[in-house]
Design a protein around this ligand. Structure first.
Ligand code: MG
Length: 450
């Protein structure tokens, strides 16, 4: 199946390689399964990203939905957050986005939202999975087939609503790199309408992602870094393939420290903010200054959204640049994240200075490639193995992977990727030596199984 272990759904919906793991047939039957789950009635908002296979899956899932009695509102090629937003604002029963987010071109996937624009929880996903795997879905009679309509108006409503959330100083200069993904058509327009001077990069729609890999990390943002510096821009914004994420390049042409960026924005909100087990302790330090507090959840935007709702939090985010704005919508939104960052930097910047005011703690993010089977095997006794390897442990947290905190404040998280074949090591320490020492201990444990 399309994700870790035997399950259909991974940490971010269904995702896998086209042809072998994700097929038109799968999309058709997932459509029927969702219809069954909704009682073979109601309405679903459907969007897709720029991948070459997205239109095919879009058609297949539409057929499945209507044949099982659900109406489909097609919103076309749009950023993922627009699907969450439209589901909420149009009063639909669910939303579906066809995307594999930051994965390379040959992947695709399906992600589902509830009526509030919040991603389906693992419990809801396993109900869909049960219907799908046990073929419980049914077709309705010819006279109960769902309708198919298109809604282009919602794009304008979404953009207007985004603009009402910010007040960016006029003339702020920003370079936007959309990876030729789903943000390409809307993101540059929104920033222009917000009064920014916009330079676009990789903002022509292309499912092969010719300009760069859609994962917005330092290694993939070489062009953006150069263009920001060369044009004297105030900020560079990079989206992932479906624009629910955003990563920033400061005015000196550097990709910023993810944890510091998250801490900067979170402390603007104050109060209770939510983040994940892989976020650094700078967030706690900065929130303390504004009398706020930080809650940690497992990795993934669903867990963060759940944490926000349960704790009535003001903001939530992951260091990956997936930020949730509960005052707007429960779907992570890379466009609003970028606009809000531009808003802060335009009034208080430059960005490098805002981030330099925070202390630098050495951190390491490393991934070890291994098979799906090895992922399971390596993680099997990871808690015990790490416990034996360190002698100054303060706390062990196993809500997602294994997170060890040491008495000197250092911490490390060893966690299998939910969407790709990696084990990730994420750590932070007060000194470089300690960081490397922790990394090597973890690598030794992982490599002993390979
Ligand atoms: Mg994404």
């Amino acid at each position: 199946m399309a994700s870790v272990g035997k399950k259909l759904f991974g940490t971010s919906g269904i995702r896998g390689e086209i042809g072998s793991e994700v097929t038109g047939e799968l999309a058709l039957n997932v459509g029927k399964s969702l219809s069954y789950y909704l009682g073979n009635e109601g309405t679903v908002v459907l969007g897709y990203d720029t991948r070459t296979t997205s239109k095919m899956l879009n058609q297949a899932i539409t057929a499945g939905l209507v044949e099982s009695g659900v109406n489909v509102i097609k919103v076309g090629m749009v950023p993922t957050p627009l699907v969450g937003y439209a589901t909420d604002r149009l009063g639909a029963d669910a939303g579906i986005m066809i995307t594999a987010s930051h994965n390379p071109s040959k992947y695709n996937g399906i992600k589902i939202w509830d009526k509030n624009g919040m991603a389906y929880t693992p419990e809801q996903e396993s109900e869909i999975e049960d219907i799908y795997l046990n073929k419980k879905y049914v077709n309705v009679g010819w006279d109960k087939i769902g309708s198919i309509t298109e809604n282009n108006e919602i794009k304008k409503v979404y953009m207007d609503d985004l603009l009402s959330m910010v007040n960016i100083e006029p003339g702020f200069k920003v370079v936007i790199d959309c990876a030729s993904g789903a943000g390409s058509e809307i993101s540059p327009i929104v920033f222009r309408r917000a009064g920014c001077e916009v330079i676009t990069l990789n903002s022509q729609v292309d499912g092969f992602f010719p300009g760069r890999n859609p994962e917005p990390n330092d290694a993939n943002l070489g062009s953006l870094k150069k263009v920001v510096k060369a044009t004297g821009a105030d900020l560079g914004i990079a989206h992932d393939g479906d624009a629910d994420r955003m990563m920033a390049v400061d005015e000196t042409g550097k990709v910023v420290n993810f944890d510091k960026l998250l801490a900067l924005v979170a402390s603007e909100f104050g109060g209770t903010v939510v983040t994940t087990v892989d976020a650094g302790f700078i967030m706690d330090e900065e929130l303390e200054k504004v009398c706020g507090n930080v809650l940690r959840t497992p990795v993934g935007d669903v867990a963060v959204a759940d944490g926000i709702l349960k704790n009535n939090a003001s903001f939530g985010g992951e260091p990956s640049g997936t930020w949730l704005h509960p005052d707007f919508c429960m779907c992570p939104d890379g466009l609003l994240s970028g606009l809000r960052l531009a808003d802060i930097v335009s009034h208080k910047g430059p960005l490098s200075k805002l981030l330099d005011q925070m202390p630098d703690y050495p951190n390491i993010r490393e991934k070890v490639t291994c098979s799906k089977e090895d992922k399971v095997k390596i993680m099997e006794n990871m808690d015990e193995e790490l416990e034996n390897a360190f002698d100054d442990i303060k706390e062990i947290n196993t809500i997602d992977g294994v997170r060890i905190s040491l008495n000197d404040g250092s911490w490390v998280l060893v966690r299998p990727s939910g969407t790709e074949n990696y084990i990730r090591i994420t750590l932070e320490a007060k000194t470089e030596e300690k960081a490397n020492e922790i990394k090597n201990i973890c690598l030794d444990i992982i490599n002993s199984h390979l």
